[in-house]
Design a protein around this ligand. Structure first.
Ligand SMILES: CCCCCCC/C=C/C(=O)SCCNC(=O)CCNC(=O)[C@H](O)C(C)(C)COP(=O)(O)OP(=O)(O)OC[C@H]1O[C@@H](n2cnc3c(N)ncnc32)[C@H](O)[C@@H]1OP(=O)(O)O
Ligand SMILES: Cc1cc2nc3c(=O)[nH]c(=O)nc-3n(C[C@H](O)[C@H](O)[C@H](O)COP(=O)(O)OP(=O)(O)OC[C@H]3O[C@@H](n4cnc5c(N)ncnc54)[C@H](O)[C@@H]3O)c2cc1C
Length: 643
């Protein structure tokens, strides 16, 4: 099962080796993080990042190993933006000459980069950005400027204190004419003494949600006061500006300017299963240790995992972790394929890849953030302790619902793609993840054939149900949209339904990828049979949760919906004996989990007790402040104290 989770034996070995490397090195200790003040926390992160870079070089780690190393260090920091956004932006949007100049510098970290797109006034609406890049023909330069307060760059990670360079997105202006938003490579700090370059105002935007997690990152603010950069620092694969000031566009579609976001959204989907599996591992292990009620004849009380209600909250999350792992793996292959095509100037699959990365990013991050919080509740009161590992995990994870494309905004992008696909149905056969929309006639006409709860244990029945639900919702939106004279107005008016239809489409992708995985790629029959159970749990849980859609579209009868729920209950009993094996298969080490409740050895109570004594408040019996503020109250003799 560990190999099935990792994707291959080699992938398992690489991640396992890196997990152990980090866990066994005292530099990467992290239990004390929540006790540190911001400055100490930040310096600690800089120290770890520098040490990690040294290890990567000394041990000559591969790119894959280096990624796992950074992952297990488990601290957001400037290197995330450098490797995940700055480098890919140059790779995707730079010309050959630009790549030749900048990539070697970035890949050896002689420069450190960030991705400066969002502003105080605009994040989602990239076309609304206000920073300007005005071409000066006289000097062959662009003048970068922040004309308003709301044009201040706001949020870029690593920008406040570390990054030496940034890809800055700004409105290109030539001779007073606006040519859309483009990316520019801008140096922010001196490579000699690290001070901000003249004309730049740089700082940190302040503390963020949680304590010891995202505050390790220096998200920054940046303002330009007529800062000049050479013309050849505009990323020019998509459009070019000549020294005469002529603006030209290549055959490459403009959407490629958004290419870095496709790349990162893909990574975010892959990462969702890591975060969810971590929370599920903690909650499952603790649910086996924790006992409440049900003691008979003085025997032990019931393990809370044996309560059906606990199972109905926990096991769908366990199944979702596996579903997200497999859909992440699938999305990665889709992305690798599109990347190769884009390099060869084949842009045909970009719209579908954009819809998949945007939609799956929204689906997986929303479910993971909610899932982590549910795991915290599944651990009862102790889940609220920092030492459970869950509050910090939630604080670290939840911004994924907003960054890299706010989730609702992303679902509306999927809706655009689906509406376009449906309106082209007469003359363009849909392919890939939208292929089912080419079979609308049977999907709209046939109804579910399930008669018993057992009938739901059939991948074809499940797939058809999810296809029919999505197709009916998408077609329904298409029909209602057609009634509007102005399509944009119609889109805005129907946006709630469109987001729901997009979610149905994305859930269909996750369910079908899970089924596909079982049919083709699982090593060993025992593993396959166990994963089949999780696959049914995932699908039937979604069907139960969204039964309103399945009933309202007329595909299911209430009786069939209730048979699905009956089957789901039976499936929970099949998951129970393997629950611990399922979470052990994630191969999360105690260091990575950083949770007393999720310990591999289950030794929860003594370690919880021990952890409490490490709190600084327990350094002495009478702490600072007691004599000054509490004792005077105890000793005062006020009139109303007698009441
Ligand atoms: C794992 C590592 C962790 C790293 C840490 C992460 C830290 C966080 C970093 C960040 O958050 S960086 C900033 C991220 N910002 C965003 O994600 C902004 C979201 N907004 C957008 O992407 C766009 O503004 C929009 C919502 C897509 C709207 O764009 P636009 O105004 O141009 O409108 P449309 O008319 O909707 O689109 C035009 C056209 O382009 C297609 N398209 C849009 N995006 C993409 C894309 N990424 N790739 C390919 N194509 C894209 C869209 O479908 C339209 O196509 P047509 O319908 O005209 O064919
Ligand atoms: C931790 C963190 C790190 C970040 N790192 C970076 C970084 O490194 N570089 C960078 O450039 N940016 C970064 N960002 C910024 C991030 O990309 C934006 O915050 C994100 O894209 C969301 O945009 P917004 O803040 O403008 O949200 P808004 O768009 O203002 O969202 C507010 C609300 O409006 C709704 N809404 C917006 N538009 C629509 C619409 N068309 N239809 C319906 N509803 C709508 C949204 O659903 C949401 O409910 C980071 C953000 C965070 C939280």
């Amino acid at each position: 099962m560990k190999v099935a989770w990792a994707g291959s034996r080699e992938a398992f070995q690489v991640s396992d080796r890196m997990a152990k490397l980090v866990a066994n090195d005292p530099v990467f200790e992290k239990f004390s993080k929540p006790m540190l003040g911001r400055k100490e926390l930040f310096k600690n992160t800089l120290r770890k990042a520098a040490y990690a870079w040294k290890l990567i070089n000394d041990l000559r780690l591969t790119e894959e190993e280096a990624k796992w190393l950074r992952h297990y260090i488990d601290e957001p920091n400037y290197t995330d933006l450098h490797w995940e956004m700055f480098v890919p932006a140059i790779e995707g949007q730079g010309t050959k000459e630009q790549k030749k100049k900048w990539l070697p510098l970035a890949q050896t970290m002689q420069i450190i980069g960030t991705y400066a797109q969002t502003e105080l006034g605009h994040g989602s609406n990239v076309q609304g950005l206000e920073t300007t890049a005005t071409f000066d023909r006289q000097t062959d330069e662009f003048v970068m400027h922040s004309p308003t307060l709301t044009s201040s760059k706001w949020w870029p990670g690593g920008m406040a204190k570390v990054a030496t360079h940034a890809i800055v997105y700004a409105r290109l202006i030539i001779d007073g004419l606006f040519h859309g938003v483009h990316g520019f490579i801008v140096q922010l700090r001196s490579l000699e003494d690290h001070s901000p370059l003249p004309g730049l105002t740089l700082g940190d935007i302040g503390m963020k949600f949680g304590h010891g997690t995202y505050n390790t990152m220096d998200n920054g603010v940046l303002r330009f006061d007529h800062v000049r950069i050479p013309r050849n620092q505009m990323l020019m694969r998509v459009s070019q500006v000549t020294k005469e000031g002529k603006y030209a566009q290549s055959d490459v579609p403009r959407q490629l300017l958004y290419g870095t976001m496709v790349s990162v959204r893909q990574t975010i989907v892959a990462d969702a299963s890591k975060a969810l599996s971590r929370a599920v591992c903690i909650a499952t292990r603790y649910s086996v240790v924790r006992r409440q009620f049900g003691s008979r004849n003085g025997g032990p009380e019931t393990q809370v995992i044996d309560y059906k209600t606990q199972q109905s909250r926990l096991f769908p999350l366990l199944a979702s972790a596996y579903a997200f792992r497999f859909v992440g793996e699938w999305l990665k292959s889709l992305y690798i394929d599109v990347k190769q095509r884009l390099e060869a100037n084949d842009f045909s699959t970009l719209p579908e890849t954009h819809a998949c990365t945007a939609g799956l990013k929204a689906l997986t991050t929303a479910a993971t953030a909610d899932g982590i919080e549910e795991c915290r509740k599944l651990c009862g009161g102790h889940g609220y302790l920092i030492s459970s590992g869950l509050p910090e995990l939630f604080a670290f994870y939840v911004p994924a619902c907003s960054y890299e494309g706010e989730n609702v905004v992303m679902m509306l992008q999927v809706a655009r793609f689906l509406v376009k696909t449906v309106s082209n149905l007469g003359y363009k056969q849909p392919v890939g993840t939208a292929a089912y929309l080419g079979r609308v006639t049977p999907l709209l006409q046939n109804n579910c054939a399930v008669q018993t709860a057992e009938d739901w244990l059939n991948p074809d029945a499940i797939l058809e149900a999810f296809e029919a639900r999505a197709a009916r919702m998408v077609i329904g939106c298409g029909e209602r949209l057609a009634m509007f004279e102005n399509p944009e107005e119609g889109f805005a008016e129907l946006s709630i339904d469109l987001v729901e239809a997009s979610l149905a489409h994305c859930q269909l992708i996750t369910v079908s990828v899970f089924i596909q995985k079982l049919n083709h790629e699982i090593p060993g029959n025992g593993v396959k049979r166990s994963l089949e159970v999780l696959c049914y749990v995932y699908a039937l849980f979604l069907l139960h949760k969204h039964q309103g859609d399945f009933l309202a579209t007329g595909y299911l009868t209430p009786k069939q919906a209730s048979l699905a729920n009956e089957q789901l209950r039976t499936l929970y009993s099949k998951v129970r004996p393997n629950a611990i094996a399922f979470v052990d298969s994630f191969n999360h080490m105690d260091h990575y989990l950083c949770s007393v409740l999720g310990r591999y050895d289950g030794n929860v109570y003594p370690k919880l007790y021990e952890a409490a004594w490490k709190d600084p408040l327990n350094d002495s019996d009478i702490v600072d402040g007691i004599q000054q503020y509490v004792q005077p109250i105890l000793k005062q003799k006020l009139h109303y104290a007698k009441l």
